[in-house]
Write a protein that binds this ligand. Sequence first.
Ligand code: MN
Length: 138
Amino acid sequence: MPRFVVQLHHARAVHYDFRLELGGVLRSWAVPKGPSLDPADKRLAVAVPDHDLAHADHEGPDVIIWDEGGFALVREREGHLVVALEGRKLHGGFALTHTGGKSWILVKMDDAAARRGSDIAAEQPGSVRTGRTLDPRR
Ligand code: MN
């Protein structure tokens, strides 16, 4: 099963790097607000350059592995991906839809793992590997 990872990255602007193992690389999007389990939340996901697979194991002073696991590619066509995630925090279907330029929208599919009104980023802020959190003031 290919891997996915979501890395919380405290750069100049805090964001979550959502990465899918596709075609031997990590296709990557920067999601400012992070993924949501609420199908009503449409999260901006900005396409960023592919990363090497080894980057899925990277944690550092400004990066934690916020979630990781395997995924199945449910649907793939130009500008539209649906994946079924088997992570520690994220489960079930997520759709990525290209909206123009580098902009995509990441949305939770309305399935058994959907949780309306939840804020998984706030509820479970830590690294799935170490439990470490990043300073929320940044
Ligand atoms: Mn980043």
